[in-house]
Write a protein that binds this ligand. Structure first.
Ligand SMILES: Cc1cc2nc3c(=O)[nH]c(=O)nc-3n(C[C@H](O)[C@H](O)[C@H](O)COP(=O)(O)OP(=O)(O)OC[C@H]3O[C@@H](n4cnc5c(N)ncnc54)[C@H](O)[C@@H]3O)c2cc1C
Length: 290
């Protein structure tokens, strides 16, 4: 793998295919021409919203409202380096009256309005959420704890590791609100069938109302300390990847101004459970999407 500087570059790509993964989530497969793709599973790329003519007035309006330039958004790679094409998977963020201060800018057009043949500029690749050589050597097993679109970098890491190495067993605890929100449901089941004994997935749903869906494999509720304990066999020798929402800087700022305490976030509670269960910090890789 090259140095970070060599790896990060701007590239013009063309959308080859758009795959609907869930009602609000799409995988965008990208043609990169002859550009050499130098990335690791778990890395992300960034997309600058200023490049889309359809967003021009939104960008200007939001920049006026927020008093600062809209930054590029990060998207983890769904693809892994042993695959021919580059792909990202984007979940559409929602505007919730009285909760979110501004309408989300980029994810709605990426998830719902992207079409084959469209060109865009991406900048990649970087990110610390990777299964490093050191972590490989220090661990016997891998536990992934993900929520929502937080599955994306772990999905890349899991499939790459299963296909190209043989040492590690991976367990994925994957949290979503409802069954219909699960991303890569079919692909994860297929990986489990293809790699019996090396990959196991447990879903947990926080707001699903159809009781008939629940089983050993599809649990009810949030990721709890008990659920993690069930699948954490050896806290000191398990590499843990945690990816999902955390409180945003805006939420923290608002809570401080109003003098209220925020409920624990997905990331906050997972990290405190791991600490209580004795997982050393150097065995944990985390990425917050908030
Ligand atoms: C390393 C990394 C990897 C990621 N990978 C993925 C991925 O694989 N898939 C995926 O779907 N997403 C991923 N994300 C999230 C992604 O980068 C975007 O944050 C997401 O798509 C939302 O972008 P948006 O432009 O639609 O929304 P934004 O315009 O960024 O808005 C999001 C929320 O923030 C609020 N907000 C924005 N600006 C302000 C402000 N100034 N003050 C107060 N509130 C504000 C909005 O009201 C809204 O609720 C990743 C994030 C990171 C950091």
């Amino acid at each position: 793998m090259g140095s970070e500087r060599e790896k990060i570059k701007e590239m013009e790509v063309m959308v080859a295919e758009v795959i609907q993964e869930a009602h609000d989530t799409a995988t965008i497969v990208l043609f990169t021409g002859n550009d050499k793709l130098n990335y690791e599973p778990g890395n992300f790329l960034t997309i600058d919203p200023h490049q889309f003519p359809a967003l021009e007035r939104w960008v200007r309006f939001l920049e006026d409202q927020k008093g600062k330039k809209e930054p590029a958004r990060a998207y983890s790679l769904t693809s892994s380096p042993d695959e021919k094409h580059l792909a990202i998977t984007v979940k559409e963020e929602r505007y919730i009256s009285g909760v979110t201060p501004f309408p989300p800018l980029l994810s709605p057009i990426l998830a719902c309005r992207t079409f084959p043949g469209q060109r865009m500029v991406i900048t990649g690749f970087t990110g610390p959420y990777t299964f490093t050589e050191k972590l490989r050597n220090q661990s016997e097993e891998v536990l992934h704890i993900c929520a929502g679109s937080g599955i994306v970098p772990s999905y890349s890491i899991i499939k790459y590791d299963l296909r190209n190495f043989s040492k590690h067993k991976h367990t994925l605890i994957y949290s979503n609100k409802k069954f219909e929100d699960i991303i890569f449901y079919k692909q994860l089941n297929e990986l489990e069938e293809q790699f019996p004994g090396r990959f196991k997935v447990i879903h947990t749903l926080t707001r699903e109302e159809d009781e008939s869906l629940f089983s050993e494999k599809i649990r009810k509720g949030r990721v709890s300390k008990e659920l993690i304990t069930e699948f954490l066999n050896d806290p000191e020798h398990t590499a843990v990847f945690a990816c999902g929402p955390d409180h945003t800087v805006y939420q923290k700022k608002m809570a401080k101004e109003k003098g209220i305490t925020l409920n624990p976030s997905f990331m906050g509670s997972v990290l405190s459970f791991l600490d209580e269960l004795g997982v050393p910090k150097n065995m944990i890789k985390k990425e917050s999407y908030g």
